[in-house]
Design a binder for this molecule. Structure first.
Ligand code: GUN
Length: 295
């Protein structure tokens, strides 16, 4: 069997088309234009490209997007003051501070300073707490995108054995939590594996769905999965540079070999990546609706 390739590029485009219409409707009916600010500290090339993609997408959808780029030696105080300024700015509905931050800045302190109502990343403890309780909140963008990929491609999750590899706050912990909840793309039996898991292959071999978010290129190999597994590959690993100077990317899964056994698989690039940015836009539109008292 060769797997059905889940195209994040296509699914993201469909959601973006829906959002574009929604943004146009907000302007026309309510004179509301969603506003997003992205804050980048330093010159990490991967972060620069993510932030510029976020701004480009926002503009394409009719969202007002401001990009603030600060030097790597910006102090924590300066960054906190900027966050406080945007917390008060009624034209800004969403504040995104790109991670990782330089070592001298306390990431937790900065994320906690963002008004939970403007926390379109879904990283503030108020939103994390609401997510765990299954309440209405901003869902973190990558897990939110994974839920959409699963439900829009018809992967059955109810009762499925899901193995998540990686326990980060951004992907592993939230996706494991969301998929065990009674919700679309949920109702699964979830195992969360990590670097101290004794026998990873023993877990992955019995999984109906594997979500790989470890940051190790091609770590999940064909001998580690069963026939018919559905694979969501969150890894974006730079494994080299092309002659034209573009980064060559690989996921956490050995795509070529595993696709021969899987029923569904996401490619890298073009899988989870485009969904993350799209769900940020969805959260920003939701933030604008809430700020305008429309929901
Ligand atoms: N760095 C890597 N992924 C993310 C993300 O989803 N949001 C932010 N703010 N930083 C990131």
């Amino acid at each position: 069997m060769s797997a059905k390739i889940i195209s994040g590029t296509e699914i993201a485009k469909a959601i973006r088309d829906e959002l574009k219409e929604e943004v146009a409707g907000l302007k026309e009916k309510h004179n509301v234009v969603p506003g997003l600010v992205t804050i980048l500290v330093g010159d990490n090339p991967a972060s620069q490209s993510y932030v510029s993609a976020k701004n480009k997408t926002a503009h394409a959808l009719g969202i007002n997007s401001e990009q603030v780029t600060l030097p790597a030696d910006t102090s924590e105080q300066e960054l906190l003051a900027l966050v406080a300024k945007y917390n008060q700015d009624p034209k800004i509905n969403g504040i995104l501070v790109q991670l990782p931050l330089p070592k001298h800045i306390n990431e937790t302190k900065v994320l906690y300073a963002i008004d939970p109502e403007k926390d379109v990343d879904g990283f503030h403890p108020v939103n994390v707490g609401k997510m765990v309780l299954g309440e209405q909140c901003y869902l973190p963008c990558t897990p939110h995108g994974i839920l959409e990929l699963l439900s829009r491609s018809g992967v059955k999750t109810s009762g499925a054995e899901v193995v998540v590899i990686g326990r980060s706050n951004i992907v592993g912990k939230p996706i494991a939590n969301l998929m065990l909840q009674k919700r679309p793309a949920g109702d699964a039996t979830v195992t969360l594996c990590h670097t101290r898991t004794k026998d990873l292959a023993a877990h992955t071999k019995r999984a109906d769905i594997i979500i790989a978010a470890v940051g190790v290129p091609k770590m999940v190999t064909a001998d580690m999965v069963k026939d018919g597994v559905a694979i969501i590959d969150v890894g974006v690993n730079r494994i080299g540079m092309s002659e034209s100077g573009k980064a060559i990317l690989a996921g956490d899964v050995d795509f070529e070999a595993v696709k021969e056994k899987a029923s569904f698989i996401t490619p890298v690039p073009g899988g989870v990546g485009p969904m993350t940015i799209t769900m940020l836009m969805k959260n920003t539109v939701q933030a604008a609706r809430q700020a305008a008292g429309l929901e």
